[in-house]
Every structure is written in C-alpha cells, then in structure tokens.
Design a protein around this ligand. Structure first.
Ligand code: GLU
Length: 619
C-alpha cells in the first residue's frame, strides 16, 4: 500500500504492482478439485512477493492469505533427506531425471522401482519415507520445524485439507505400496504416505514462499532470522532438481522461457529462486492443465524478461577481480623513514609486489589475478595479496590462490594475505588450505599497510644489515641535517632522553603540545580516533624521524596519538627551549625550522603518493 506521506514508491515495488495490475483480470484455468477441500479456495486471490537475500520483502496483493503448500513441499523435504543421508544414499532411493510425465504419474524405474525424481509424487513419497525420525509423528514434526526455519516463523497444518486428501488420495497410497513392493520403502508405506499428505497440507502464504526461496538463494540461511535451514552443500542439489523437474511436465518450457529453478503446487503457489540474489513467491489458485498456476507462470515469465533474470543470461561476464597491482617502489607504506631508507625503497621496492583484489572471487575472476602475479616473478622477495575489498571467495578460487602461494613460499618468497579478517567464513576456506603454522604466517597482518611495512622492514634489514637500528650521533636525526659540528653540540644540549615501553602512549590526541619527539630507537605508531573502536593507525615513524611535529609547530592540540610499538627511546626537544634559540642561535633555529618543514613536506609527499595510487585504481 502506498504511503500517502511518501510521494515516491520503490521502482522495484512499482514493477511488481504493474505485473499484479496486468494479470489480475486473467481468469484462465481452474482451481484444483481432485482434493475436494482445495475446490473451496477463493480463485480470485492473487499475491506477488520478492524477498531479497538481505532480508527485505516486497509484497503486492494477497500476500498474507494462507493456502496449502502442496508440491512445493517436495524440494524442501528432499533437502532434509539429503541432510539426513547425503547424496549417495539418496541417489539409491530416487533419481534426478525429469520424467516428462504428470505429477501423479507412476514413474518408477523398470528394474529397481526407483522413482525418476523427487518432484513427482512417487519420488516425493519415497523421499518423505527416508526422513530420519522415531515415528511418523516425529517425522512430520521435523518437517514442520524445518519448513519453519525456511519461512522464519512456525507453520501449521490445514487439517481439513489433510483429511480431504487422506479420504481421496488412493493413487498416492497405491504409489506407496508400489514403492514398498520394490523395497524403495522398506516398511509399511502407510505412515510415509500419511506424512506426505500432512506435509502437502502445511499452510503458508505468498510471503512465506518468497522467504523460503530467498533462504535457498542465500545458501540455506534465512535472510531475516539468519538461521540455517539446510546444509549449504545440498542447496545446489535441491535447486538442480527444481530446475529440471520443478514445474511438472512443463519444466522444459519453464527453464527455456523463465530460466530459474522453481516449484509449483496445486494449491496455487509458485516459488522461484535466483541463486545469490533473491526469492520469488506468487500465489493464484487457478491452474493450467499441467497443474501450474496460470497467473503465477505469467508473472514469473514477465518478471524474468523485465529484470533479465534468466540464469543462462548472466548480467555480465566474469571480469578480473584485480583492483590494482603495484610495487613498493611505486607506493611505500605509511611509515616515515630516513632518506637513505627511502632511497633504498625507490631502488629495490620493485621486489615487493602488492596485488589488491576485489569483488567475488571465483575461478573466472581469480585466474586473471594469478596470471598477473605470474608475470612479475623475477627477483620477487614478497607478495602481498590484499583482500580488503573482497566480498567472498569460493573453494575453487581459494584452491588456486593457495596453490600459487605454496609454490612461491617453496621458493622463499614471503606471501601475505592482508585484509582478510572481515571475510569470516569465506576466508576460512583459504586459511584451511594452509597448515596452521603457515596460516599464522601468511595471515599475520590484518592491514595492507602493516604487511607492506613489514616487507619493507625485511628488505631494509637485509640491505643495511642492521639488526636493531638506533641513532648513535645527534647528526643522524633528520631535523639535524646540515648542522655544523658546533651547532649539533648546541642542539644536543637542548635534548633530554626519554624511554617508553612497548604499548605506552607518548602523547594522546587532543593533548596540549609542548614537545617534539626524535626517535632514537624503536617504532612509533601514529593513531587517530578518540575511542578505541574507531582508532586507526594512520602512519608510523622509525629511527631518526621526528614525531609530533605538526602540533609542535602550530601550537594546536595533538591531532593524533603516538604509541610506542617497541621499547622506544626518544630525544625530546621542548618548545620553550626551542623558542629561546631564536634569540641565542638564530641560525640553528632557522635550520631546525627548515628541517621540520622538510620533514612535514616528505609526509605530505607520502600522502600524495597514496592518493595517486588510489586514484588510478581500476573498477
Ligand atoms: N498433495 C498433492 C498430491 O499429491 C500435491 C500435488 C501437487 O501439488 O502437485 O496429489
């Protein structure tokens, strides 16, 4: 219903409303009467629902009117049986071939009596008979509970429809006995057929169908409740039999025209699944001669055309998920370093490669990344694959990335996957491909910057052969550059030494600034954000560099927190001492000021380098 205060309607809703208006006058077909109670449904009822995989439901028409699920129960019970027994056992009980026959045909294999698929009655009764439970009451309770997980609410049975089908369902009973005859059912078939009648009489509404479909679209997890209704590995089996056998003997025409896995029932419902996207439910009780709801078929066909939903017409071909590839010679980490170290990174940074990837990683989107990495292996010391912008990753993508990483590691290349923490389940698929020890190494840096910094450190350690870099002479500080010996002596006399233990705050964001810190030993992290939860490490400074220069110069409160990341030793210059220099030693004062300006300029340059690399990103 449009909200009078809200002049705009969702364009998605407007399409559904348009379809509802277009087809509501259609009165072709007839309600099912072979189950006498079904003849009583109001043939005019009509509802359309689309449920997204993030839990939103669009509804038009009679979407809350209850009706019996009938054959739409079949794929869900098949999924339950797969969860109970696995695909091999189930394959011995029921096939997966479309029959081309009517839903109630007695399509059993000639030799073994195995029903051809679980979507026809014979296959469905055989499937229901497999559900593990103590007795028939427990079995239907288990089915009801599972359906409730799919729908996200408890469901009930319409006892009038159940009793009506029990009185008239002789053909289904006959099928049950045939299944018993072939030992497909190994016990008295009566309870299995009775549970089947009950499962067909479960009451749902159009909205439930859409949410149940969205649960299948969402790998078996109900998008609203986040509860799992079926094991993820069985979803594709359920969708496959829906795609080939879900629409009675018009399944071929349906997949040809509408192109998505679906199931209909003689109660008037149709449920269709767009894997990974959304679920559709349509309800209208008048059926065509095959037993499919006339309006529902038309709505789904129109919707498939309008929204280009046909599964064999993917919206775009798989593109490479390569977001950006560069080396540490083109972009350094945010660590500010002494000039000789920066020069070394310009010179040898190409031995550290960064590959930023994005989107959903499948074989098709990951293969070009692998090719890109293989192009630049000469002299490679470190490879960082950054996952910050990855939405998900399937097992095939994980396998080829892990294989490549394994080969590189065997050749002593350091491989790091950064930014993978947010990927949760998907990343675990990748983590599992490494042994525990290897995984701890490969995933040890949550952020790309930290990973890059560590790779740079390793390179610099090798080049400068310094195990524990530290300042030995005051002239090595960047802000003492260019000072004569006697100037250095004056400068040194102003400095006091301070030590900070690992994890100690040196200054806090917002503090008044009185001092400048020159790092003699250790690494200082620069963090912004006043609360722990939004704290971000935006840069770091190592030996020889100054920290806290901005507030020292402009007298504003500290813009960032400085944190000792190792045991840190600093030479501290107090502003009051510095100010006195202006009178006593103006040349030294000017030198320091110029060097502070140069240091800040270098930081700006580093920031520009980051921006430039960001702005030429693909995608
Ligand atoms: N309970 C119905 C039957 O077995 C289901 C039929 C259907 O929806 O196709 O006859």
């Amino acid at each position: 219903m449009a909200d009078p205060l809200q002049p705009y309607n969702s364009p998605v809703h407007r399409v559904l409303q348009g379809l509802f208006d277009r087809h509501r006058e259609c009165r072709d077909g007839n309600v099912a009467t072979y189950i006498p109670e079904l003849a009583k449904v109001d043939p005019e009822k009509f509802g359309i629902c689309v449920a997204t995989t993030d839990g939103y439901v669009y509804e038009v028409g009679d979407t809350r009117h209850p009706f019996t699920i009938q054959s739409i129960s079949k794929p869900f019970v098949y999924g339950l049986a797969l969860d109970d027994h696995g695909p091999e056992t189930m394959a011995r009980k029921v096939g997966v071939e479309p029959s081309g026959d009517a839903f109630n045909a007695i399509s059993l294999g000639e030799e073994d009596g195995r029903p051809v698929n679980p979507m026809i009655n014979a296959g469905a009764i055989a499937t229901t008979g497999q559900i593990k439970s103590a007795d028939a009451a427990a079995r239907i309770a288990k089915i009801l509970e599972t359906f409730g997980l799919y729908a996200g609410r408890p469901l009930d049975i319409d006892m009038a429809v159940y009793e009506s089908e029990t009185r008239t369902g002789h053909r289904n009973r006959a099928i049950g006995h045939l299944l018993r005859n072939y030992d497909v059912l190994t016990d008295d078939p009566t309870p299995a057929v009775d549970v089947y009648f009950r499962q067909c009489s479960i009451l749902v509404d159009c909205r439930d169908l859409a949410v149940m479909a969205a649960t299948l679209a969402n790998q078996g997890v109900n998008p609203a409740t986040q509860q799992r209704a079926i094991r993820p590995e069985h979803v594709e089996s359920v969708l496959s039999v829906m795609a080939s056998c879900g629409m009675y003997d018009s399944s071929g025409g349906w997949i040809y025209e509408v192109g998505m896995p679906a199931k209909s029932g003689v109660g008037g419902g149709v449920l269709a699944v767009l894997p990974g996207q959304f679920g559709i439910g349509v309800f209208s009780p008048r059926l065509d001669t095959k037993g499919n709801s006339v309006r529902a078929i038309r709505v789904c066909a129109d919707l498939s055309r309008a929204w280009q939903l046909h599964q064999f017409n993917p919206p775009y071909s798989a593109h490479s998920s390569l977001r950006h590839a560069y080396t540490a010679a083109e972009k350094h980490s945010t660590r500010s370093r002494r000039q000789q170290e920066v020069d070394c990174l310009w010179d040898q940074g190409r031995t550290i490669r960064v590959v930023e990837v994005q989107g959903a990683l499948s074989l098709a989107t990951t293969e070009p990344i692998v090719r890109e990495i293989l192009k630049g292996l000469a002299g490679l010391r470190s490879l960082i694959i950054d996952f910050r912008h990855v939405m998900g990753l399937n097992a095939a993508a994980a396998a080829i990335l892990a294989d490549l990483a394994g080969q590189l590691r065997e050749n002593a290349v350091c491989v790091l996957f950064t930014g993978a923490a947010q990927l949760s389940e998907a990343a675990r698929a990748l983590v599992h491909r490494f042994g525990d020890a290897a995984a701890a190494e490969v995933f040890r840096f949550p952020s790309l910057d930290a990973g890059l910094e560590a790779c740079e450190d390793a390179l610099l350690r090798d080049v400068f052969a310094e195990t524990e870099p530290r300042i030995r002479d005051v002239g090595e500080y960047e802000i003492a550059a260019g000072m004569a010996a006697e100037e250095r002596a004056v400068f040194e006399s102003l400095l006091t030494t301070r030590h900070f233990v690992r994890g100690e705050y040196i200054v806090r964001q917002g503090d008044e600034a009185h001092s400048l810190f020159l790092i003699a030993k250790g690494v200082v992290g620069v963090w912004t954000g006043l609360l722990v939860e939004d704290a971000r490490r935006v840069a770091s400074c190592s030996v020889g560099m100054m920290a806290g220069g901005m507030a020292f110069i402009d007298g504003q409160p500290r813009a960032a927190t400085l944190l000792a990341e190792d045991d840190v030793e600093c030479a501290v210059l107090e502003r009051s001492d510095f100010d006195l220099l202006q009178q006593s030693h103006p040349a030294i004062y000017a030198r320091i000021l110029r060097n502070i300006a140069a240091s800040l300029a270098a930081k700006l340059r580093l920031a520009d380098m980051h921006l430039e690399v960001l702005s030429c990103r693909r995608g």
